[in-house]
Design a protein around this ligand. Sequence first.
Ligand SMILES: NC(=O)C1=CN([C@@H]2O[C@H](COP(=O)(O)OP(=O)(O)OC[C@H]3O[C@@H](n4cnc5c(N)ncnc54)[C@H](OP(=O)(O)O)[C@@H]3O)[C@@H](O)[C@H]2O)C=CC1
Ligand SMILES: Cc1cn([C@H]2C[C@H](O)[C@@H](COP(=O)(O)OP(=O)(O)O[C@H]3O[C@@H](C)C(=O)[C@@H](O)[C@H]3O)O2)c(=O)[nH]c1=O
Ligand SMILES: [Mg+2]
Length: 297
Amino acid sequence: MKLLVTGCSGQLGFELARSLMPLGEVVALDRAACDLADADAVAALAAHGADVIVNAAAYTAVDRAESEIALAQRINAQAPGELAVIARETGALLVHFSTDYVFDGSGDVPWRETDAPAPVNEYGRGKLAGERAIAAAACDHLIFRTSWVFAARGANFVRSMLRLGAERERLTIVDDQIGAPCWARNLADATAHAVRQAQAERAHQGFESGVFHLTSAGETSWCGFARAVFELARERLPDIALRVAEVAPIATEDYPTPAARPKNSRLDGAAFRARFGLEMPHWRDALARCIDELPAG
Ligand SMILES: NC(=O)C1=CN([C@@H]2O[C@H](COP(=O)(O)OP(=O)(O)OC[C@H]3O[C@@H](n4cnc5c(N)ncnc54)[C@H](OP(=O)(O)O)[C@@H]3O)[C@@H](O)[C@H]2O)C=CC1
Ligand SMILES: Cc1cn([C@H]2C[C@H](O)[C@@H](COP(=O)(O)OP(=O)(O)O[C@H]3O[C@@H](C)C(=O)[C@@H](O)[C@H]3O)O2)c(=O)[nH]c1=O
Ligand SMILES: [Mg+2]
C-alpha cells in the first residue's frame, strides 16, 4: 500500500508519517514539497498513484484567518476539494481532518456528527467548506473532526503555556470554552487503525464514507488545560524552571481576539468508537505522556 501524507512537518503530519509506516510505503510531503496554495502542485500529486491520501496540511492560524480569508479558504477548502477529485479519479481513499470550530458552541451537550455546523469564525468556515467540497467530489473518504491538538513539538497551547509560564508569575486563561485536548500521537495512531480497517472494507465493497468526531475522552476548559500542563510539568520534569504561581480563570469576553471561538467545543466520539472499535484515552493521561517527551530545558 502507498500512502501520501501532506503537511508532514505539522503536529499531526509528523506523527502520521510515523504511525502509518506499518501499513506500507509512506510518502511524506511538507509545504516545500507540495504547497496547497498552488493548484498545480496539488494536481501533480495524482502522479504518485497513492492508495491513500492523508491530508494533514491546513491553515491553522485561527486569528490570522480573519484577515487572510482567501488564503485560508484556498488551503482549507479548495485544496481538499482538489485532493478529493484526485482520490475519486485514481481510486484512492482520502483521509482528512476537521475541527470542533465548525460548530457555533451553543449548549453544553457534546456535538454529534448529525448536528448542524454553524462556524463562528473564518477558520471554521473554511474547514466546513473543505468538508463539503470532499463530500461533493464523492471520493471514498474519512473526515475526522478533532479538537485542541497538542504535541511535544510544533505550535500548540501546551508549548505556549510552558513558554509563558517560564516568563510570568500570573496568567489569565479563558475558563468558559470547554473541549477536549487531543494528543497528535493518539490521533495519528487512531487514524492508522481506521485506514487499515477502511482499506479492508473497500476491498470487499463494504466501505462507507463519512465524518467522525475523534478526540480525547474527558473535557476541560483552556484554563483547566493550562493548570494541568503546569501540574504535570512540575511533577514529571523536575528540572523545569516555571515562574508561574497563579493561573486565573477569565471569561471569553475578557480575552478579546480577532476570531470568535465556540464555548461548547465538546465532541461526541460514540460514532467513531462504534465504527472502528477504539477508545481514545483521557486527555490528561495523554498530556502526561506528551510532557514526558518534551525536550529538557
Ligand atoms: N491544531 C489544532 O488545534 C487542531 C487542528 N485540527 C486540524 O487537524 C489537522 C492537523 O493540524 P495540526 O497538525 O494540528 O496543525 P499544524 O499547524 O501543526 O500543522 C499544519 C501543517 O500544514 C502545513 N501547511 C500550512 N499551509 C500549507 C500550505 N499552503 N501548503 C502545504 N502545507 C501547509 C504547515 O506547514 P508549515 O510547517 O510549513 O507551516 C504545517 O506543517 C488540520 O486539518 C487542522 O485543521 C483540528 C482541530 C484542532
Ligand atoms: C495564550 C492565551 C490564550 N488564551 C485563550 C485564547 C483561546 O480562547 C484559548 C486557546 O488559545 P489558542 O490560540 O491556542 O486557540 P486556538 O488557536 O483557537 O485553538 C484552536 O486551533 C484550531 C486550529 C482548532 O481547530 C481548534 O480545535 C483549537 O485547537 O486560550 C487565554 O485565555 N490566555 C492566554 O494567555
Ligand atoms: Mg492557535
